[in-house]
Design a protein around this ligand. Structure first.
Ligand code: NI
Ligand code: MN
Length: 236
């Protein structure tokens, strides 16, 4: 059974029987996390897009752990150019079986670039991840607006846990995320990408209430450092 821990913003770690991964490790500079990059020990670093609140400490962590970086092709090559030894490039719609589990890249309606000294480096399309780890299906939406093909994802995959942005402004807000829950029909939904910056302030408890009143999904509001074990179960 995978053990999932939330580290604030869009960062989670997933520990399965064949390894541990981290997604979007924005730790340094975040006012809303429980760990520092030096405490992370993972086999792979998955990055949804190049923005600094997602790429975050990915290069530091991948170097220190000699971990595999999994990312959209242009972002993976950015990491390679910055000295990362092990990278695996993918594109939206593609899937691959890694030692730690299966990964499929999903679309995300967003942007993706790295900005340094005012210079913009393009890092391909942003993505979300579908993960199959120890027979559990996990969906991390990345940064995205609502899109109708979430219904297709919900029809094709029985999603156990979905991590959905609710912050608004840069991504879905709570109202659109509630529609997303209806399309994806996950067993558990976890709101992410809120309260880290003033512009994405949201009341996660009222989102939880709306989810549990209007859908068959349970909603877990997690604080940085909170974990849960994804026990087997089926969709209501
Ligand atoms: Ni972003
Ligand atoms: Mn973001």
């Amino acid at each position: 059974m995978p053990l999932i821990t939330y580290h604030g913003h869009s960062c989670i770690t997933v520990k399965g029987s064949n390894g541990e991964i981290i997604i979007d490790p924005y730790l340094t500079g975040s006012k809303y996390t429980d760990i520092s990059p030096g405490e992370v020990d993972v086999d792979a670093v998955l990055i949804t897009h190049g923005h600094d609140d997602h790429l975050g400490d990915a290069l530091t962590i991948a170097s220190q752990c000699d971990a595999l970086v999994v990312a959209p092709m242009e972002l993976a090559s950015f990491c390679r150019n910055r000295g990362i030894r092990k990278t695996h490039s993918m594109q939206i719609g593609g899937s691959y079986q890694f030692d730690f589990g299966w990964v499929k890249l999903t679309q995300a309606l967003h942007g993706s670039c790295v900005i340094e000294n005012g210079r913009i480096e393009y890092t391909g399309n942003p993505c979300g991840f579908l993960l199959r780890i120890d027979d559990s299906m996990i969906y991390h939406a990345g940064d995205t607006g609502l899109f109708g093909d979430m219904k297709l994802l919900g029809d094709m995959y029985e999603i156990d846990a979905a991590f959905l942005p609710i912050g608004d402004n840069f991504t879905m807000g709570p109202e659109d995320a509630l529609v997303a829950v209806g399309l994806l029909r996950p067993r558990i939904v976890v709101p992410i990408h809120y309260n880290t910056f003033d512009v994405i302030s949201q009341d996660a408890d009222s989102f939880k209430k709306a989810v549990e009143e209007n859908t068959n999904s349970a909603c877990y509001v997690l604080e940085p450092g909170d974990s849960f074990e994804l026990t087997p179960g089926s969709r209501k």
